[in-house]
Design a protein around this ligand. Sequence first.
Ligand SMILES: Cc1cc2nc3c(=O)[nH]c(=O)nc-3n(C[C@H](O)[C@H](O)[C@H](O)COP(=O)(O)OP(=O)(O)OC[C@H]3O[C@@H](n4cnc5c(N)ncnc54)[C@H](O)[C@@H]3O)c2cc1C
Length: 277
Amino acid sequence: MPLSQLSTFQNEGAVSEVIVLDTIADAQAFSKANSAPYFVLGKGSNTVINPDSPIQTYVQISPDLLPLSHSGTILTASAGTRVNQLTKYCVQHGLAGFEFAAGVPASLGGMVTMNFGCWGRELCDFLISIQVVDHAGDVHTIPLADLEMTYRSSRVMRERWIVLSATVQLSASTPADVHAKTDDAIQTRLAKQPLRGRTFGSTFKNPPNEFAARLIESAGLKGFEKNGVQISDKHANFLINTGGATFQALQDMLALIEETVAKQHGVRLEREVRLVQ
Ligand SMILES: Cc1cc2nc3c(=O)[nH]c(=O)nc-3n(C[C@H](O)[C@H](O)[C@H](O)COP(=O)(O)OP(=O)(O)OC[C@H]3O[C@@H](n4cnc5c(N)ncnc54)[C@H](O)[C@@H]3O)c2cc1C
């Protein structure tokens, strides 16, 4: 499958195998049977894949693994549910909480794994629990307290579980109010981020009391482009594939930013983007 369908950066190349797990039983069977290396992918909105990686099997959870449902203000959804499905459902049912993610091309499973956050709010602020399948094919419910969620990180990354679903605590509102806040969030993002570009969101984590974008911009790199990879002129912590970008071109750009920022500001930037090498 071409990477243009697996990662929002849409770099050149393809991988051999993509397996979509439609049911919990499928996920259990896959985990038990599979000994070859694989990578669990959400919507690829923070992941860039090297087409020459020895990992050639990619696994995704179907949004239909379980129906999107709520009881009162508690919502449960498949890990494969996309943000736009979540926000649409929340508008329909007057449930507030997911507006901050509106417009982002992510899945719920990726949001849990990365502890998605912006504007002072993170997924761990309203996550209740997740359901996962482990390497033995056993299904577990893991409560938030056991997920070790920190800035853009969680225990899911270290355990390499497959997240099947997540349950979150939302709050009661009205469809009109949730709709307005969802629209506002999209407009704010459109103004500040290259939301419609071939990008993977934040490239680097913000260092303590600092912004990665400010460091990159003040190093004079905003707008710089090489081999189809551009440092966005809207937001310097976003990289854009302007056409034909390769995995190598991305790696070269990451190294250039890291070296320049270290030299000029004495700060080592930590990558937020997940690379499948
Ligand atoms: C325009 C744009 C704006 C963005 N804005 C933000 C923002 O405001 N805040 C923010 O935090 N991020 C932002 N991002 C980055 C990205 O959307 C988030 O990191 C998101 O959480 C990734 O979700 P995903 O489904 O695309 O995950 P992927 O990129 O597919 O995967 C990310 C990680 O999660 C793991 N993973 C995914 N699904 C599962 C699963 N079911 N089980 C186990 N592991 C899994 C992968 O293995 C990988 O390690 C933005 C991205 C874009 C393109």
